[in-house]
Design a protein around this ligand. Structure first.
Ligand code: SAH
Length: 293
């Protein structure tokens, strides 16, 4: 663990001090992340995601079990479901104009940013702790000729480099489990214009189950994160001028993705924890869209 308090410097920017030792760990985690399950899926069409998929599996797209192209088809299908997840997130941003700015907090390699720009024609600003990810996202934007509209920076999403009220919409796509939710939503409420929309898609533990299950603890250990409860999301939003407009339980919609993924050679070992915790009700995959009032 690093105790370095100097800002991390790189081509895409800096994490302004004081970054916590934990944030240094997370930056390092994502700087070194190169799992085939993420990169091979991104190679399908150049949209690189670090999140999971939703929707029914198209069995006809998978071809015959055991066929030589089965794995290629399976990768393409998993990727289609991951992009479908981003589409559902973007559906909940409401009407966005070309002149608007959107903010992707915890943007990863930028797949959702590209999709947002392609859909709305607007400016999309992303922040990530990982210099590797920011450089990757910016290179993709250059390759696509959209780098004047799509940009990733190495920044802490608890102190984003955007003016008060600058964003028409903002989101966390599977990135809110790395931070304190009160700090996070206070910062989104600051950068969002009143009437702007915030959306998150996240795994959360289910207060009906009682406490985080052993599967949830395994997921936390695997990703070095801290999964919050559904109750905590709603409480932290209420405390920070974010009023839920939609709460959608995506758990049934994400299970087919996990069950398909578990059959692939690209398994990472965490599949069982997701499948078991979704099935025993201790963990949920939710979308929450909220109005900044
Ligand atoms: N939203 C992306 C990436 C999800 S992976 C996608 O859907 O593909 C989690 C991301 O959260 C990583 O990019 C990581 O750098 C980012 N992250 C975690 N803590 C952060 C923080 N405090 N500030 C900025 N980004 C953070």
């Amino acid at each position: 663990m690093s105790t370095n308090v100097e800002p991390t410097t790189n081509a895409a920017g800096t994490i302004p001090a004081p970054a916590t030792p934990y944030q240094d760990d997370i930056a390092r985690y994502w700087d070194h992340e190169a799992r085939p399950v993420n990169l091979r899926l991104g190679d399908v069409d150049g949209l690189y995601h670090h999140h999971y998929g939703i929707g029914d599996v198209d069995e006809s797209a998978l071809g015959e079990p055991g066929a030589p192209d089965r794995e290629t088809r399976l990768v393409a299908e998993l990727h289609r479901l991951e992009s479908a997840q981003s589409d559902v997130l973007l559906d909940h941003l409401g009407p966005i104009k070309r002149g608007d700015t959107l903010v992707d907090a915890g943007c990863g390699r930028g797949g959702s940013m590209v999709m947002a720009h392609q859909r709305f024609g607007c400016t999309v600003e992303g922040v990530t702790l990982s210099a590797k990810q920011a450089d990757f996202a910016n290179q993709r934007a250059r390759d696509l000729g959209i780098d004047s509209s799509v940009r990733a920076q190495v920044r802490n999403m608890l102190a984003m480099p955007f003016a008060t009220g600058q964003a028409a919409g903002s989101w966390n796509n599977e990135s809110s489990m790395y931070v304190d939710l009160h700090d996070l939503f206070a910062e989104h409420a600051r950068i969002l214009t009143p009437g702007g929309r915030y959306v998150t898609i996240t795994g959360c533990w289910n207060p009906i189950y009682g406490q985080p299950s052993k599967w949830v603890s395994q997921i936390n250990a695997h990703f070095e994160c801290n999964i919050h409860s559904r109750r905590e999301y709603l409480r932290a939003m209420a405390d920070n001028r974010l009023v839920p407009q939609a709460v959608v339980d995506l758990t049934p919609a994400t299970l087919p993705y996990w069950e398909l993924r578990a059959t692939s050679s690209l398994v990472t070992g965490i599949e069982e924890a997701f499948i078991n915790s979704y099935k025993d009700g201790s963990f949920q995959y939710v979308l929450i869209a909220a109005d900044r009032v």
